[in-house]
Design a protein around this ligand. Structure first.
Ligand code: KG4
Ligand code: ZN
Length: 334
């Protein structure tokens, strides 16, 4: 089955053609970073307008790159939520029109499930069930995933998402937006033990909290007076990053230990972080745990991951109706 995936939930307009839910024939991502960076975050109204401009050429580019035409497509998968309402509606409307015009089924996909499904696009996909840590700009969620459409939430952030903790720190340090990738790069030159930052809820359940960490950084900068530079800045980035990474790794490994499920999937934009990947690899090394992390470009928003989920539902014969609405909030758990 050849599925056209469409993703427009936030600030990336993306389309992909995926075969059998596993082989990426093409994946095109048009980023709006330039539009939003000067505001230090995504401006919803601008995002929807940019999606409207980009979506048709992006889909055409995905078809061309895959060497296919519309009649070759068997079904369409589109992100239905969670995300920015105005942005989601752009993708949903186009998916419905195409499905109607081509006389093929379409399904609305949960963006979080998409992030997790990115792992099925690699060479070594896991089998169900597995523990999934989803860490992105809007989510820090830990699940037991039993199958497509069947997940149980173990814990989540009580305040900021992990990606938000990165982005807000970068903003405080005048490093630009989005901050995750900038801090990741900077931290490689720093000493993670140079400064001590709080690890909230450590050892307690599966929930996370990152707002105290952000406040600790703010107080540190206020006390210091001016902005740190070079070596000190790198140490600060490395220490701050380790406070995030350490709790994420510890709780996920503990979830695998306590549930007895020996497979871990790490997904979402923050899963492209080099230190997080390294620490996960080190931690599973001594245990009998399978670790599955999509390649960095499949961790951040893309449409191939949406097509991977859609393929599973379309194979089951699901066909969403044309009056299905986009949803800004959509918990994944059944
Ligand atoms: O999954 P994603 O592309 O979009 C959402 O669904 O939110 O995630 C974006 C988030 C941003 O907060 C960004 O700063 C973070 O992922 N991110 C990173 C890295 N690359 C992206 N965080 C840490 N290290 C990275 N290398
Ligand atoms: Zn995302």
């Amino acid at each position: 089955m050849l599925v056209l995936g469409i993703e427009s939930s936030c600030d990336e307009t993306a389309a992909a053609v995926v075969e059998k839910g596993a082989v990426i024939r093409s994946s095109v991502v048009a980023s709006q970073i330039n539009v939003h960076s000067r505001y230090g975050g995504v401006v919803p109204e601008l995002a929807s307008r940019k999606h409207i401009e980009a979506i048709v050429p992006v889909i055409q580019e995905a078809l061309d790159a895959a060497g296919v035409i519309f009649p070759d497509i068997d079904g369409i998968a589109v992100t239905r939520g969670p995300g920015l309402m105005g942005s989601l509606i752009v993708g949903m409307s186009l998916a419905k029109s195409l499905a109607y015009g081509l006389g093929i089924p379409y399904v609305g996909v949960n963006h979080i499930e998409g992030h997790i499904a990115a792992v099925f696009l690699g060479d070594d996909p896991p089998c169900f069930p597995f523990i999934a840590l989803v860490v992105s700009g809007g989510h820090t969620h830990l699940y037991v995933v039993k199958g497509f459409g069947s997940s149980r939430l173990l814990g989540q952030t009580r305040d900021d998402a992990a990606g938000e903790a990165y982005d807000k720190a970068a903003k405080m340090l005048n490093l630009g937006y989005p901050g995750g990738v900038i801090i990741d790069r900077l931290a490689r030159k720093g000493n993670p033990s140079a400064l001590s930052f709080p690890r909230a809820l450590r050892g307690e359940g599966y929930d996370f909290s990152f707002s105290g960490l952000k406040t600790a950084l703010l107080y540190h900068l206020r006390k210091r007076g001016d902005m740190p530079v070079e070596g000190e800045l790198a140490d600060l980035a490395a220490s701050y990053q380790d406070a995030i990474v350490e709790v994420l790794v510890e709780k996920t490994i503990r979830a695998a230990d306590e549930t007895g499920i020996p497979r871990i999937v790490v997904a979402g934009g923050v899963a492209s972080n080099s230190r997080l990947r390294e620490r996960f690899r080190e931690s599973v090394g001594t245990r009998r745990l399978g670790l599955f992390i999509p390649s960095p470009e499949l961790c951040t928003d893309n449409a191939a991951m949406i097509a991977a989920v859609g393929n599973a539902f379309l194979e089951r014969g699901r066909k969403d109706s044309l009056d299905l609405g986009a949803v800004s909030r959509w918990p994944l758990e059944e």
